[in-house]
Design a protein around this ligand. Structure first.
Ligand SMILES: [Zn+2]
Length: 248
């Protein structure tokens, strides 16, 4: 498994001169982290993703039917795991966010207890990202309670950015939690060709920026598009990395 510390990653083949902007690092150094959310509901998707034998970060939901099995499979394969943390959506309770969710009505202690029970359920996780949350990630006080817990547990945070009003990344920085954000969703349109287009868009952005984090879901179309397109991505000198490697 790749280390959680970005400090040990390989330097680019041609190191840029000191002070050079990351956007101008040669494309050979461009990195892409692919995160697949909503894992833990089936075994099938986990098997298919792990069979690809490339670094894909598996974000597992707590207390699902196959949470433990998917975690064990990912650990055995040496693949990085995140907690995919349910948080209160804007239209709660119309939309149910499932067991283990962080709600705005919770006291700080209830938030801490919920986070601890979820992280105990997925104890191999190195980081955490948010599921469906729009309301919770807009609340700086509640997010601060979460970030303090991640700091204490040495975990990183990925902001899924399900709302543009999110304060999550700012709060993570304030608490010195290594963090990054999702830039491309792969499968808002869940067809193989649409996911392939999103992957190619992500390649372009990675080459311009030096790195990118994308999020998809365990739909058959997404998995098929990854299977078809990952060799093409690697041929373009994009290095696939785990989410931890893009957090800073
Ligand atoms: Zn989700």
């Amino acid at each position: 498994m790749l280390s959680a510390s970005p400090a040990v990653s390989d330097p680019p083949a041609t190191p840029p001169p000191a002070g050079q902007d990351i956007a101008r690092i040669p494309s050979a150094a461009a990195k892409m982290a692919i995160v697949i959310d909503d894992m833990g509901n089936t075994i099938q998707a986990a098997s298919e993703l792990l069979e690809m034998e490339v670094p894909i970060t598996i974000a597992i939901m707590p207390f699902r039917r196959y949470t433990k099995q998917v975690e064990q499979m990912a650990v055995a394969a040496g693949v990085e795991i995140m907690v995919h943390m349910p948080m209160q959506p804007i239209d709660y309770p119309h939309t149910n966010c499932g067991r283990g969710a962080l709600l705005l009505s919770m006291s700080d202690q209830q938030i801490i207890n919920t986070i601890n029970s979820v992280i105990n359920d997925i104890s191999a996780a190195k980081g955490l990202n948010n599921h469906m949350c729009s309301a919770f990630t807009q609340d700086p006080q509640k997010m601060a309670v979460l970030m303090q817990q991640l700091k204490d547990k040495n975990m990183y945070f990925v902001d899924s950015r399900t709302t543009t009003a999110t304060v999550a990344l700012d709060v993570a920085r304030a608490y010195n939690v290594p963090a990054t954000k999702r830039e491309v969703f792969l499968d808002n349109t869940p067809s193989v060709s649409a996911v392939q287009s999103q992957l190619r868009l992500a390649v372009k952005k990675a080459k311009m920026q030096g790195s990118i984090l994308v999020i998809g879901h365990p739909y058959p179309e997404t998995i098929q598009a990854l299977r078809m397109t990952i060799p093409e991505i690697q041929d373009q000198d994009i290095q696939l990395v785990y989410a931890s490697e893009l957090c800073r």
